[in-house]
Design a protein around this ligand. Structure first.
Ligand SMILES: C[S@@+](CC[C@H](N)C(=O)[O-])C[C@H]1O[C@@H](n2cnc3c(N)ncnc32)[C@H](O)[C@@H]1O
Length: 388
């Protein structure tokens, strides 16, 4: 069954009038915040857990909404727990995770909000306790990511709890994010009532499938929970640290039948083996790049967006003689016009290192591309998006 909720835009507007303005915050669009607030109005949850806080822009909106519900219904009260693995805000390490939520909590003067940072969800969940009736998962977006946390929190949910999932279409944002599908996997795999607003056009290019949705669990969710364990056998984008995996494993052993933990263990084995193949491939690429650098003086570094630049600088792969396409004013990464403006003249006799998938498909449309075909390599597997 697909349900809809009424959208509430007011909470976000009220928040923005009260708390600090921070770039990229909240990390949801106006529609997505309104959908989340609409869910809260509709279901009036008493115990809410948010996993993945960033600066806390969304936490502030949740708090505002819960306070608004409270002001309409004096018998209503709530407890909000916000959990993040990182103690500091991932876009600005000088600030703590969730500082905007803290600002809002102190403005409204509530004691019903608890922020928990520095540990993964299974290390917090006993303290949070059972009867959770609303969860927002918004962390890594890549497998195993949110799937691990859904399984961690599931035994603590009330019988008709709501699981709100952000970034359902992140894997279509760009080719760099095409593996960001963990919340989409959950949205598709959890047995329950799906809630999504199919009429809402997204602002960017009118894609009609929304980037946020929710599932209300039912008595069948637990019956088919092994399907969620099975979804962990899809290709993992990263392998969490051994210690973290052990924490999740112990937790699953405590709350699920042993065959489900076995599926998890096998998924870890397959993902770890794959990670070794990938890291060998990266080493090979580094050797290839170093060989190219030794032979060529004039290299165009094509597609050097911020993520790629910081990755390469961190890895100290490139010497300073590299020409970066941003610095030479021929454009940055993926927009067709920059390729056409960047004259063939500029590229003549240069060696091109292409750092993102989109760039290759666009650059190869260049009229004289056949001249360069021998003169480029692609390295996007070294430059994967590590933005969150
Ligand atoms: C996309 S941001 C969250 C955005 C936030 N929900 C909002 O709407 O503004 C992702 C956050 O997840 C956190 N994170 C990453 N892995 C995590 C994990 N395993 N458990 C908890 N938090 C995690 C990051 O530190 C980061 O703060």
């Amino acid at each position: 069954m697909m349900e809809k909720v009424e959208l509430y835009f007011d909470s976000r507007r009220k928040c923005s009038e009260q708390i600090e303005t921070v770039n990229n915050e909240p990390e949801m669009s106006e529609f997505e915040s309104a959908f989340l607030a609409g869910l809260l109005y509709k279901f009036k949850p008493k115990k809410i857990v948010e996993v993945g806080i960033a600066a806390g822009g969304t936490t502030a909106i949740i708090l505002q909404t819960l306070e608004d519900i409270k002001s309409l219904d004096s018998s209503y009260d709530y407890l909000l727990f916000s959990v993040d693995l990182s103690e500091s805000y991932y876009r600005d390490q000088s600030r703590v995770s969730g500082f905007l939520g803290d600002q809002m909590a102190s403005i409204i003067g509530t004691n019903n909000y608890k922020k928990m940072t520095g540990k993964v969800l299974p290390e917090r969940i006993e303290e949070i306790g059972g009867e959770i009736d609303f969860v927002i998962l918004d962390t890594v977006h890549a497998l195993p990511g949110e799937v691990l946390d859904f399984l961690a929190i599931f035994p603590f949910l009330s019988s008709n709890a709501i699981i709100c999932l952000h970034d359902l279409t992140y894997h279509y944002n760009s080719l760099m994010t095409e593996n960001r599908c963990s919340n989409s996997v959950l949205f598709n795999a959890i047995v329950g009532n799906r809630i999504i607003d199919m009429e809402q056009k997204q602002s960017i290019d009118e894609v009609e499938y929304p980037n946020i949705g929710a599932v209300q669990i039912t008595e069948d969710t637990g019956k088919y929970i092994d399907g969620i364990f099975c979804s962990l056998t899809l290709n993992w984008s990263y392998v969490p640290e051994q210690k973290q995996l052990e924490i999740y494993q112990e937790h699953y052993q405590r709350y699920y039948p042993s065959y489900m933990t076995k599926i998890f263990q096998n998924a870890i084995k397959m993902a770890s083996r794959n990670a070794i193949f990938k890291s060998n491939q990266v080493k090979l690429n580094e050797q290839m790049i170093n060989a190219v650098i030794e032979k060529n003086n004039d290299i165009v570094f094509w597609g050097a967006g911020n993520v790629c630049k910081s990755t390469l600088l961190n890895e100290k792969i490139f010497p300073s003689s590299i020409v970066d396409s941003c610095d030479t004013k021929i454009g940055t990464t993926i927009f067709g016009w920059t390729i056409y403006k960047a004259s063939a003249e500029f590229l003549r006799n240069k060696f091109i290192i292409i750092t993102c998938k989109e760039s290759e498909s666009i650059i190869s449309q260049l009229k004289e591309w056949d001249i360069y075909e021998e003169n480029y390599i692609t390295i996007w597997d070294l430059c994967e998006d590590k933005s969150n």
